[in-house]
Design a protein around this ligand. Structure first.
Ligand code: GLC
Length: 572
């Protein structure tokens, strides 16, 4: 038994959960990417049956809620983030009847189900868009952003799509452009139109009435556009945020129309690229009734240059200081969400740790660091067993349209070196997170009996749930302990956060304090031992959790050296 396993049981006896605060302050959310989680029918694509078969696994892990990436009918250009019907289930994933079973079975285990809400845009195959594009006078024409070509025939403005190329596509039916901040198969809805808003609220109510427990709101800050940029005299350049000031009105209206008066315990988390801490304060101040928390992007942009595939070296002081600033700014009002990876980001152990020789140590270090911040932690499927980036040798093995569009544009239009472009995709590409979940060492990692839609990571013979759980050094068990800690300890959930040694290149250290209780995290984010003195005297402290066994040499002070990627949690 490791130190961590021995000590975790005693970790929380002195702490009690706080009452009178929202349930999600002491909750942990697990993100399922349905396509890649578990396939129950052998077609190579994960499905609801697969998720149902793993509910006991999620219950054992101890998570409070599952956020399901989109399971609605979709042509799947962006793996379900292009929705063609908001009120049904994609047949590849199952049916509404099976969704109801999943919901009931999750609830039986005390697990909430949070749906992905993708309402900045629909699929171009959605009936609303089909109607809208059919004629200039169609009643739904104004449901999307249509613009005539400029007098000189050029695009309405200079906005670029997040997935390469311009954000405008000319539709030949009426010879007008429509706006799509993402792929051309993802036309943006016009939230200025009150009918659009009512249609969305009614759909949200339909899901909540069915029993779902909330929404993760896809790029929700983009629903409000800076209209003056769209129609301004000079074309705006690409970049910058399209977010318009009406966003707060829209979210407050949504709250009134959907959540007010409901007695259930819901969760709303808005994905919001490009927002500041000042914005976040407004979005998450409970008195303003907008959303419970947001996903911000500052910390995952620090290792990216001009664009996301332009990879910069890791900068630990910058990462610590960024997260710490968000902790401080949302300390008195508002709330943070905590994540280091998801279906759009590379695997955390590959990005921030050492995913080869010190995989267990660095995966658990980041788990401890993140879960000891104040906020609601999100675990992305496979993170809990230390899954790594995949590194396919050929662009042909990748499936994500963002990576494929970027590669094509960079190599064919900008004539960049294919090897360099591929290296960017290998490091930052979203398929790193989307390779199938590795359940066991069998062929296709126990994910499917068929041919998976995206190849399994070749390390699945070593990195998989069965192997991890059988190991002395189990990442899964470490996450279980962290989740239990958050459930039981008010200082973990709510304590004040203070970063120590902000400029230290490899030491990640901070305290959490509530009442007379203080916790200390010290972590060595490097491949080398760290012999600097710790920032706080821990000689009388109680070690709660660590990712190495306690030093056995009784003569040496146990705190003298932090081993490579060693992380410790103390109660002072
Ligand atoms: C969000 C999603 C991402 C998707 C995009 C467009 O960023 O997380 O996966 O491609 O929005 O919907």
């Amino acid at each position: 038994m490791t130190t961590s396993a021995r000590t975790a049981g005693t970790a929380t006896s002195e702490s009690t959960p706080a009452t009178g605060v929202p349930w999600w302050t002491s909750a942990v959310v697990y993100q399922v990417y349905p396509r890649s989680f578990a396939d129950s029918d052998g077609d190579g694509i994960g499905d609801l049956g697969g998720i149902r078969s793993k509910l006991d696994y999620l219950a054992e892990l101890g998570v409070d809620a599952v956020w399901l990436s989109p399971v609605y009918p979709s042509p799947q250009h962006d793996n379900g983030y292009d929705i063609s019907d908001y009120q049904d289930i994609e047949p590849v994933f199952g049916s509404l009847a099976e969704f109801d079973l999943l919901l009931a079975e999750a609830h039986e285990r005390g697990i909430k189900i949070v749906m992905d809400l993708v309402v900045n845009h629909t699929s171009d195959e959605h009936a609303w868009f089909q109607e809208s594009k059919s004629s200039l006078t169609n009643p739904k024409r104004d449901w999307y952003w249509w613009r005539k070509p400029e007098a000189n025939g050029s695009l309405p403005n200079g906005w670029g799509s997040a997935f390469s190329g311009p954000a405008w596509t000319l539709d030949p039916t009426t010879d007008e452009y429509y706006l799509h901040l993402f792929a051309r198969q993802q036309p943006d809805l016009n939230w200025e139109n009150a009918e659009v808003r009512q249609a969305i609220y009614s759909m949200m109510n339909w899901w909540l009435d069915r029993g779902v427990d909330g929404f993760r709101m896809d790029v929700i800050n983009y629903i409000a556009k800076q209209a003056e940029l769209i129609d301004g005299p000079a074309p705006a350049t690409g970049g910058g945020s399209p977010m318009g000031p009406q966003i707060h009105d829209f979210l407050q209206e949504m709250h009134r129309e959907v959540f007010d008066g409901r007695t259930g315990q819901h969760l709303t988390v808005g994905e919001m690229p490009g927002v500041s801490t000042d914005d976040a304060l407004l979005f998450t101040d409970p008195a303003r009734r907008e959303v419970d928390m947001i996903f911000q992007f500052e910390h995952v942009g620090l290792d990216q240059g001009e664009h996301k595939f332009d990879v910069l070296p890791r900068n630990l002081p910058a990462l610590k200081q960024s997260l710490s600033r968000w902790q401080e700014r949302l300390a008195a009002t508002g709330w943070n969400s905590l994540y280091l990876n998801n279906h759009d980001q590379p695997r955390l152990v590959s990005r921030f740790g050492n995913d080869t020789s010190l995989r267990y140590e660095s995966a658990t270090l980041w788990a401890l660091v993140l879960h000891l911040h104040r906020g609601t932690p999100y675990i992305y499927q496979g993170e809990e067993i230390g899954m790594t980036n995949v590194h396919f040798d050929s662009i042909d093995d990748y499936r994500d349209l963002e990576s494929l569009n970027h590669y094509r544009e960079a190599v064919e239009e900008f004539d960049l070196d294919p090897g360099t472009v591929l290296a960017g995709v290998q490091t930052m590409g979203r398929d790193n997170a989307r390779t199938p979940m590795q359940w066991d060492a069998s062929a296709q990692a126990g994910f499917t009996t068929g041919t998976p839609w995206l190849a399994v990571n070749p390390n699945s013979d070593r990195v998989n749930v069965a192997a991890d759980r059988a190991s002395e050094r189990s990442v899964f068990r470490f996450y279980q302990q962290l989740i239990a800690l958050r459930h039981e300890s008010a200082v973990v959930a709510l304590g004040d956060f203070t970063l120590l040694e902000p400029d230290h290149e490899v030491l990640y250290a901070f305290t959490r304090r509530r009442g007379d209780e203080t916790l200390l995290v010290v972590a060595n984010a490097s491949d080398d031992p760290l012999t600097d003195p710790l920032p706080v005297d821990v000689s009388a402290a109680h070690l709660i959790l660590a990712n190495y066994p306690a030093a056995t040499d009784a003569a040496a002070p146990p705190t003298h050296t932090l081993r490579p990627w060693e992380a410790r949690l103390y109660r002072l």
